[in-house]
Design a protein. Structure first.
Length: 186
C-alpha cells in the first residue's frame, strides 16, 4: 500500500507531466512566466540588499538594537506587493504602481527633510557622501535603481496588451493544473 508521501509524489509527477503537456501548446506563456518570475525575484533580491544596507547604515549611525533595526527595515509592505505581483493575474501587478509611488514619496520626503530642493543639490551631496559614506551613497543609488526597476516592470506587466493576454492565459493554465491536481488527489 502506498504511503501518503508516495501518493503525493506520484500526483506531483503526474501534475508536472500534465503541466508540461499543456504548456507545450503555449510556449509564449511559458516564456512570459519565466521572465516575469525573474523580474519579480530581481526586485525581491534588490529590496533585500537595500534593506540589509539600510540596516547596516542605521546601526552605524544609531548604534541601537540591531534586532529592532532589522525588524523595522525588513517589515515593509514591499514584500506583500512584490509577492502579489508574482501571481498570474495581471491586475495584481497594478500594486507595483502603488509601491512605486510610495517609494517615490518616501524618497522625496527624505530629500525634503534634508533640505535638498534641487537635483543639482542632491548630486553635490551625493558626490560628497560617496567619498565620506560610500555605503550610504550606494544604498541611495540602489534605491533609485529599485524605483526605476519597479516602474519598468509595472509598465511591462500592465500596459502592454500582449503581456496582459499572456498573464490571462497563464492564469487559465495554472487553473487547469490545479483542477487536475484536485481531481487526482480526491
Amino acid at each position: 500500500m502506498n504511503t501518503q508521501k508516495e501518493q503525493y509524489n506520484i500526483i506531483k509527477e503526474q501534475a508536472m507531466a500534465y503541466k508540461k503537456s499543456i504548456y507545450n501548446d503555449y510556449p509564449q506563456v511559458k516564456k512570459f512566466e519565466k521572465i516575469k518570475s525573474i523580474l519579480i525575484k530581481y526586485l525581491l533580491v534588490l529590496f533585500l540588499v537595500i534593506s540589509i544596507l539600510h540596516i547596516n547604515n542605521l546601526y552605524k549611525v544609531t548604534g541601537g538594537n540591531i534586532l529592532l533595526i532589522a525588524m523595522a527595515a525588513l517589515i515593509k509592505i514591499d514584500w506583500i506587493f512584490l509577492l502579489a505581483a508574482l501571481a498570474p493575474r495581471w491586475q495584481f501587478s497594478l500594486l507595483l504602481y502603488i509601491l512605486f509611488f510610495d517609494k517615490v514619496f518616501e524618497f522625496l520626503s527624505s530629500l525634503s527633510s534634508a533640505n535638498i530642493s534641487s537635483f543639482s543639490d542632491y548630486f553635490q551631496i551625493y558626490i560628497t557622501a560617496l567619498q565620506q559614506y560610500p555605503l550610504a551613497a550606494i544604498t541611495d543609488f540602489l534605491i533609485i535603481i529599485y524605483l526605476l526597476s519597479i516602474a519598468f516592470i509595472a509598465i511591462w506587466l500592465t500596459l502592454f496588451p500582449k503581456n496582459r493576454e499572456l498573464a490571462r492565459q497563464s492564469e487559465e493554465l495554472i487553473g487547469k493544473v490545479k483542477t487536475f491536481i484536485s481531481t487526482k488527489s480526491s
